[in-house]
Design a protein around this ligand. Structure first.
Ligand code: HEC
Ligand code: HEC
Length: 192
């Protein structure tokens, strides 16, 4: 994977506007710092060779408000931009494979997302039948830790750094993203 080391200029400067997540936008809902947080899509992943959708079933109801809507897409950002839909503090999708496409139904096991905020108390969110998870819980920032638990007892995946905000899918896109805290591997995948 030699290309990983030489991301294009477009990747570095995040010129793809849709890939920019302004932390100012997320401030109200995610409570992150006021610094603009630039996230750009990775271009070093061979998406043509990647599994597109393990369940081969897709969300097909557009923007109809529903807990199962748009797995993989930017829940917090769309709800904030459109001023419709709940203002989640943490939301995202757990998938079956690392590079599944947007709107592909995600993992349907009993996966839990455990978010520990500055109080030190973990808050557990249960992902639903398409892998979507979301909460409006009033966290105290900064967030300190995030882990994904299950479905098998003892299976854990932990993010190596504290998440700067709770808009998980903004960084865990299909390809993954270049972020100020590192390179996201793509989707959040249920730990085995
Ligand atoms: C492209 C925009 C968009 C994206 C992406 C999006 N939503 Fe929504 N969502 C909406 C809109 C618009 C509404 C309000 C719909 C309405 O008023 O009928 C909504 C409403 C909801 C509701 C409330 C449903 C109800 O019963 O009232 C939930 C829950 C929800 N979204 C979850 C999510 C989750 C989880 C994600 C990410 C996996 C997500 N949404 C991604 C646009 C979006
Ligand atoms: C600002 C971007 C960003 C946000 C927001 C973000 N992540 Fe991450 N995530 C990353 C990066 C970068 C990595 C890889 C480096 C690391 O672990 O710190 C990662 C890694 C992970 C991993 C480990 C993956 C593996 O293969 O071991 C998990 C699990 C994870 N994130 C879950 C989440 C969840 C759940 C949320 C939402 C609460 C979230 N992330 C929000 C950027 C982000």
């Amino acid at each position: 994977m030699h290309r990983r080391l030489i991301p294009s200029l477009r990747g570095i400067f995040g010129l793809a506007r849709s890939a920019l997540l302004s932390c100012t936008l997320a401030l109200a809902v995610a409570g992150c710092s006021d610094e603009p947080l630039r996230v750009s899509q990775r271009e070093d992943v061979d998406l043509a060779a990647a599994e597109r959708c393990v369940r081969q079933t897709y969300w097909a109801h557009g923007d109809r408000g529903d807990p199962h809507m748009h797995p993989g897409r930017d829940c917090v950002g769309c709800h904030a931009r459109s001023a419709r839909g709940p203002l989640f503090t943490v939301a995202g999708t757990v998938f079956n494979a690392p590079h599944e496409v947007d709107d592909c139904l995600g993992h349907d096991g009993a996966v839990q997302i455990e978010v520990t905020d500055d109080t030190g108390r973990p808050v557990t969110i249960v992902a639903n039948a398409v892998g979507n998870f979301f909460t409006t819980h009033a966290f105290r920032y900064p967030l300190r830790r995030v882990r994904v638990l299950g479905p098998r007892a003892g299976a854990v995946a932990e993010m190596g750094s504290p998440p700067p905000h709770g808009d998980c899918n903004a960084c865990h896109s299909r390809a993954g993203t270049l972020t100020p805290t590192g390179t996201s591997p793509g989707r959040i995948v249920a730990p085995r």
